[in-house]
Write a protein that binds this ligand. Structure first.
Ligand code: ADP
Ligand code: MG
Length: 322
């Protein structure tokens, strides 16, 4: 074990989670696509053993952040430290070593359709370990039992339900006994009951096995069930990172109580409640109209234009001014 990670072991169970060195430290993260910034200075820390839920509107950069954390996207600027190692300083082999210590459950579950559930779960063990087939078989059984799928080991993905596929994906993500699990929209497309099952499973893995979890979700019921802390992203920045209780208190404010709060907090409150009216809606109609209409051309329009400016911009392009 290298010196930088001495404090982050899941076996070091003394003290509150916040007191130990963070497992992940993100500083000033900037990620662009084709010159367009998607993450604009993200800062956050993930504490050992906690479940951090990442929230934010669609397209705000949640999946991009996850992809940067797992090293599949390279940020333009800023740094990501995992287990005390700066990802930017790792070569492929170093990155592989880190990757073995985390599991990923992406939106689709991403099982191989031509392989049985058991073969899918065995895959990481075959690729990343020297274990013999008999040991791998036992490991696979343990992981499938963990997610309640042991009886379905020999089925193919096409023969099982969406929720079971997610659970199989989770068993595969757990194959190498990871210390961190990353989830991207784990309950997307599932019915409420199945989605609640997945939540229970996430909590069992987190609290029972001490796995640190980073979960992207826009399902608020799920977020408030599983989170220790929550982070709200907006336009590529961290609007707020705080304990679940902080968000819960904000969510429960009445309209009158919310009125005196700063705009950011009213915006978060609207998001948490899924209200049709509020600062998000106002902002959309005032500012983001230009984004919707013009896409990439927006960069030519600084500062952010009003609807009237946008309308004139369009008219100007489409037909000569009268
Ligand atoms: N590979 C990519 N190339 C170009 N643009 C991308 C790519 N991935 C994501 N984006 C853009 O980055 C923004 C954030 O995407 P994403 O992180 O997937 O959002 P979220 O997961 O919050 O819905 C979106 O505008 C999306 O179109
Ligand atoms: Mg996404």
């Amino acid at each position: 074990m290298s010196s930088g990670e001495a404090n982050t072991s899941a076996h070091n169970s003394s003290g509150a989670p916040g007191r130990r060195a963070p497992v992940i430290v993100v500083k000033d993260l900037i990620k662009e696509f084709g010159g367009r910034p998607v993450l604009e200075g993200v800062q956050l820390e993930v504490h050992p053993g906690e479940t951090l839920v990442v929230m934010g509107g669609s397209g705000c950069g949640k999946s991009t952040l996850l992809r940067c954390l797992i090293g599949s996207l390279h940020p333009e600027r800023g740094s990501i430290e995992i287990f005390g190692r700066n990802l930017a300083n790792l070569d492929e082999q170093g990155m592989d070593e880190i990757r073995k210590r985390f599991g990923i459950l992406f939106q689709s579950g991403a099982l191989y359709n031509s392989m049985t559930v058991a073969q899918n779960v065995a895959l990481p063990l075959e690729e990343h370990t020297e274990l013999g087939q008999d040991i791998i078989d036992i490991q696979v059984k343990i992981k499938l039992e963990l997610v309640g799928l042991r009886e379905h080991a020999d089925k193919f993905p096409a023969q099982i339900s969406g929720g079971m596929k997610k659970r199989a994906g989770l068993a595969r993500a757990m194959a190498l006994d990871p210390q961190i699990l990353f989830y991207d929209e784990p309950s997307a497309g599932l019915d409420p009951v199945t989605s609640a099952e997945i939540d229970r499973l996430i909590m069992r893995l987190s609290k029972g096995l001490g796995v640190t979890s980073v979960v992207v979700t826009h399902e608020m019921d799920s977020a408030f069930t599983i989170a220790d802390r929550m982070v709200m992203l907006d336009k590529g920045r961290v609007l707020k990172i705080a304990a679940r209780q902080w968000f819960d208190d904000l969510r429960k404010l009445t309209v009158e109580e919310a009125e005196g709060r700063p705009e950011d907090e009213r915006l978060i409150r609207q998001f948490l409640r899924g209200d049709a009216e509020g600062p998000i809606t106002t902002r959309k109609t005032v500012n983001n109209y230009a984004d919707d209409l013009l896409g990439q051309a927006r960069t030519q329009l600084t500062p952010m234009p009003s609807i009237e400016t946008t309308r004139r911009f369009f008219l100007g392009r489409r037909k000569p001014p009268e």
